[in-house]
Design a protein around this ligand. Structure first.
Ligand SMILES: [Zn+2]
Length: 602
């Protein structure tokens, strides 16, 4: 009877029988107290088995197909073209792949498999939201992911170790373990997802692992989801130069959350190494033992309990063991500032740890001490106090947690490093902290009209100051014309070696060229225009027919113009203007012909 049904109705009915619920299976919690380092207590979980798919299909093609397919929240996604043989192993592999290796699909609630006698043909799904809601949610997800990936994604200067380290730290700082709601039974399912981490900033281990997996993938680093049924817990195995290592962001993020605090004891560990931090159940290990390399099992970052900061491709961190602010570049460590502070507990006693935290506001490093938050100027090494939170709520109150987020300085103030939710909430002190840009010119001044300028926060864009720029007194010589609106000076003068052969200035206006790489001021030369000594505008020189910037129009330029006109090479905006000898938008065959004639007549 059942087999007849299956034949007749194909997959539809079977689906409801084999629907999986990841949530029930995957509830996981870390009751991990930072202060006393107790072993975690965890719920049950299973591990995925997706490797079999690698041998069967083009996994990247399948991945893209699933992500695109499920984005519209259809009843099912057809995967028959992948010809995945129907069997129990592959069935689990497909659902596991979606649960654990496609963090983008955070809106999928339940999954079912459809099949015919030979192949798995469909993946059915139910959802936590509608397709249009998912579109909005995914846009938020992507926006925050990009924020955490800033300076890391596509940065070839950084090693994969450095990228993995920064992303590990940024997740731990950004997200808080959803402990309270898990404990009282009100935690939403979304906390098991990467969306929980990136958008809600609350998640449990599965969410942390999926978010890390997603960010690593964006940064070009392979990783897979690693879980333990005995520990009822999940984390990542990350590949650095084809070598696998365990990384557990969840356990490096303390509960209760302390702002700015992140451990590095579960970062790039061998199986033995991570087992020693509590990843074993009475000595038993039931997770991937592939990571064996011990290179990083006792590495310098384990001395730091605060987030590493990336500034100009260099890493800055606080060595909490040595009590110092340090920089590390190509394995070379430099001590920048000693932070020999103590956190007093009572009369004559103090806490035996070091609780300075590190952040970066886009301009300066920020670090906390027991009583204040300081900014540290990387260029000069100078420090100054930027925030002294109120410490009068009780005796011996100090700053134990600190972070900078969304233009706010956030301090956890208490009389002990061991605080719970209520003490943390009631003792959080904040200060708005915008960081001004230099003046940004909105409209450059002309000889007759004043220009305008403003300063804005480099982090949130909030405009803090506006100003006007007095009209400037710059005029063109007879061989030139000035396009004030777009800041160009067009000229027919070849081999110009004095900008005052092109323009005249008068009154309080001055002009100079800062970078003169060539003898002649050819196309591309930037003339800075100042008013009363303050730089207010600029003019870019465009020499008619001089595409390559050597100050003259000749056959070299004609060759370039020909390539532009045939589409063999894409010209820049300046090259287009130079080729035409006037403000223009394209290089045509006629442009080339005119330029060739000019070059030959010189
Ligand atoms: Zn701001």
């Amino acid at each position: 009877m059942f087999s007849d049904l299956k034949k007749i109705l194909c997959v539809a009915l079977v689906l409801f029988i084999i629907f999986l619920s990841p949530i029930n299976v995957f509830a996981a919690v870390v009751t991990y107290r930072v202060s006393d380092f107790q072993a975690p207590t965890l719920y049950n979980s299973i591990g995925p088995n997706v490797d079999v798919l690698d041998d069967t299909v083009n996994i990247d093609a399948l991945r893209n197909h699933l992500i695109e397919g499920f984005a519209e929240c259809p009843e099912y996604v057809d995967i028959s073209s992948f010809k995945i043989p129907y069997n129990a192993t592959n069935q689990t592999a497909i659902t596991s792949y979606i649960w654990y290796e496609t963090p983008e699909l955070f809106h999928v609630d339940q999954l079912g498999i459809g099949y015919n006698s030979t192949y798995i043909t469909r993946v059915y799904a139910s959802y936590r939201c509608t397709a249009s809601e998912y579109e909005t949610m995914f846009s938020d997800f992507k926006k925050n992911a990009d924020k955490l990936l800033e300076g890391v994604k596509g940065n070839n200067y950084l090693s994969d170790v450095e990228k993995a380290l920064i992303l590990h730290d940024r997740i731990a700082i950004w997200c808080e373990y959803d402990y309270e709601r898990l404990e009282n039974g009100t935690m939403p399912d979304i906390s098991y997802s990467a969306y929980g981490v990136l958008v809600n900033q609350f998640a449990v281990c599965m969410g942390y692992a999926l978010a890390y997996d997603y960010l690593l993938l964006q940064a070009g680093i392979d990783s897979y989801y690693c879980s333990s049924r005995l520990l009822n817990h999940a984390w990542n195995v990350v590949y650095i130069n084809d070598t696998p290592y365990h990384v557990d962001v969840t356990w490096d993020d303390p509960v209760y959350d302390k702002n700015g605090q992140v451990y590095h004891t579960n970062f790039l560990r061998s199986t033995n190494g991570i087992s020693s931090t509590g990843h074993n159940s009475s000595g038993n290990i039931d997770y991937s033992t592939l990571p064996t390399d011990t290179t990083y099992d006792s590495y310098y970052w384990q001395a730091s309990d605060t987030a590493f900061q990336l500034v100009n491709n260099e890493l800055y961190y606080i060595d909490n063991d040595a009590k110092a602010l340090k920089k590390i570049n190509n394995g070379e460590t430099t001590v920048l500032k000693s932070l020999q502070y103590i956190w007093q507990a009572d009369v004559g006693s103090f806490w035996g740890g070091h609780y300075s935290r590190l952040a970066f506001d886009g301009k300066n490093l920020l670090y906390s001490t027991p009583g204040a938050v300081y900014s540290y100027n990387i260029q000069t090494g100078a420090s100054e106090i930027i925030f002294e939170p109120d410490l009068t709520a009780g005796s011996y109150y100090s700053i134990y947690g600190f972070k900078f987020e969304n233009c706010t300085l956030i301090c956890d103030v208490y009389n002990s490093p061991n605080y719970e939710l209520t003490t943390k909430v009631t003792n959080t002190k904040t200060l708005t902290h915008h960081v001004d840009s230099d003046w940004i010119i909105d409209n450059g001044p002309t000889t007759t009209q004043a220009g305008s300028k403003h300063k804005e926060c480099i982090n949130c864009g909030l405009v803090s100051q506006t100003g006007t720029i007095p009209a400037i007194s710059v005029t063109a010589k007879t061989n030139s014309t000035i396009n004030y609106e777009n800041c160009y000076v067009f000229t027919d003068l070849f081999l110009c070696s004095n900008i005052f052969d092109l323009i005249s200035v008068a009154g309080n206006t001055t002009a100079n060229v800062t970078e003169a790489n060539n003898v002649y001021f050819g196309t591309g030369t930037k003339i800075n225009i100042s008013n009363n000594g303050e730089e207010v505008s600029y003019l870019t020189v465009i020499v008619s027919g001089d595409i390559n910037g050597d100050g003259v129009c000749n056959v070299l330029d004609a060759n370039e113009a020909e390539r532009f006109s045939t589409g063999a090479k894409e010209p820049t905006e300046i090259e287009i203007h130079a080729a035409n000898g006037e403000y223009s938008t394209s290089v045509t065959p006629a442009t080339y012909q005119a330029l060739l004639n000019k070059a030959l007549s010189v």
